[in-house]
Write a protein that binds this ligand. Structure first.
Ligand code: PHE
Length: 464
């Protein structure tokens, strides 16, 4: 069932909501780390080229499919071609998996935010603090519950009064906070016990200066693949989310301009996140201090905040508030996609489906929380890493499903339906689509080949 009047009020509403989905924990805990690991400015450059080519093609495809069919992934692919109905199901699987753990991470952020408000900055910096928290019985579930309730409440309020309204408040707040912290980060200096002085500006150079040392073809391919998988996750493409958000976009909106703005927003925040984190880590922990994922945010940064002295606590509060904003709007987009698909499938109103999806999310998130505790196990993943329940979900959705879905989507659009279908939709408001030639070439030839390689490497079927 299509809700009456469920659309974004205009271009800005759509851009901010979509940017809200795109800007998430990936921008903050993975992008800076990849930069530090993959040659600083070299990675930045590669990433930028990919955003302007792959990012632009994949985002345009998803949004245009949504707007043209006015349907969600489950039904949209079927509407494109009944034989490709399975691709809708596959796409729907991604938010179904991500929903199980995203609110758990949101809960961790909420926990740190509260910790920095009520206690001394030393608490979160003590060794073993994070592990003790995530392996405890009740606390991770309680914080997850708070985060999930907030997410569900926004989704329950609907597209314009919930998602759009909150994105319009949260996203500018996020930018402001990240800018303040990034500037502050550049002004830092620190003297080690042995007298070595390090300044934030040197850390900035480490971040933006391309490092070509030891660069081989194999190394370059590794950097390319790192940047590619980061791009997917970061833009929230190939998981049905941008199809759902696209279905709420009015026909008169200039799609080309809107997708460009979403990309600028997402990449800009990722860049600022690096500017905020890399100099601070460099100043206080040195060049080896960079870590990826949860250990960067919940273990390394608390040590940095502690080393900042009295200013550490307010900066930490601002940081976790900003992080919470980023995670909330992303989690909202995952839940909204599930709710919207279910509404269409079962012809039930938003409120009912919100309840059903809420219960699903709650039960699965509790199981994920217990994955660090009663249900603890370690599994070796095909890509060589060892993970718990959360990592397994993350692996299936990001390393396996997302490249596979992009591969199939590019074949469907490039070869079965034809790129003109998308180009026509982008030009619907009368605006000429300048990069139509690039789009056509990419979706037919480049995207399928590169996605196949990415899929084979990230699933461990092939080595570089
Ligand atoms: N794009 C978000 C990020 O960069 C992550 C995300 C993934 C959001 C999946 C929604 C769904 O963190």
């Amino acid at each position: 069932m299509k809700e009456k009047g469920s659309s974004f009020s205009g271009s800005i509403g759509f851009v901010l909501a979509a940017a809200g989905s795109a800007v998430g924990v990936g921008n903050i805990w993975r992008f800076p780390y990849l930069c530090a690991k993959d040659g600083g400015g070299l990675f930045l450059l590669v990433y930028l080229v990919l955003v302007l080519t792959f990012g632009f093609v994949l985002l345009t495809t998803d949004v245009a499919i949504g707007r043209k069919t006015k349907k969600n992934a489950l039904r949209a692919f079927e509407a494109l071609n009944p034989k490709w109905k399975f691709l809708g199901k596959l796409t729907f699987l991604v938010p179904t998996l991500i929903m199980t753990y995203y609110s758990v991470i949101g809960g961790w952020i909420a926990k740190y935010f509260v910790t920095y408000i009520i206690s001394d900055r030393k608490d979160a910096a003590t060794d073993g603090y994070f592990t003790a928290f995530i392996t405890s019985d009740i606390a991770p579930i309680v914080f997850m519950l708070v985060f999930l309730a907030l997410t569900a409440w926004i989704v329950y309020r609907g597209v314009e009064k919930g998602i759009e309204k909150f994105s319009k408040i949260i996203m500018p707040g996020l930018i402001l906070l990240i800018l303040i912290i990034a500037i502050f980060s550049l002004t830092l200096t620190h003297t080690d016990a042995d007298g070595t002085v390090r300044a934030g500006m040197e850390g900035l150079a480490f971040y933006v200066k391309p490092d070509f040392s030891g660069l081989t073809v194999k190394r370059f391919l590794e950097i390319l693949l790192d940047a590619m998988s980061q791009l997917f996750f970061s833009l929230s493409v190939s998981m049905g989310i941008m199809i759902t958000y696209g279905s709420y976009v009015k026909n008169e909106v200039n799609l080309n301009k809107a997708t460009n703005q979403i990309e600028i927003f997402d990449t800009g925040v990722a860049f600022l996140a690096g500017m905020m984190i890399i100099p601070a880590v460099f100043v206080f922990l040195g060049t080896d201090g960079m870590a990826s994922g949860p250990s960067l945010i919940f273990i390394s940064l608390p040590k940095v905040f502690d080393a900042m002295g009295v200013l550490g606590q307010p900066v930490a509060i601002a940081f976790f508030l900003m992080m919470g904003f980023a995670a909330l709007t992303s989690c909202v987009s995952v839940m909204e996609t599930l709710v919207a698909n279910c509404m269409e499938l079962y012809h039930k109103p938003r409120k009912k489906m919100c309840g059903a999806v809420g219960i699903y999310s709650l039960i699965t998130a509790v199981v994920i929380c217990l994955g660090y505790n009663k249900l603890y196990f370690e599994l070796k993943l095909p890509n060589g890493s060892v993970g718990q329940l959360l990592d397994v979900m993350d692996y299936i959705s990001n390393s396996f499903l997302m490249p596979f879905i992009s591969l199939l989507t590019s074949i469907l659009i490039g070869w079965v339906i034809g790129p003109n279908w998308i180009i026509g939709e982008v030009e619907r408001n009368g605006e000429h689509f300048k990069r139509a030639g690039l789009y056509r070439f990419m979706i037919r030839y480049v995207v399928p080949i590169v996605m196949l390689i990415l899929f084979l490497v990230s699933t461990g079927f092939a080595d570089l």
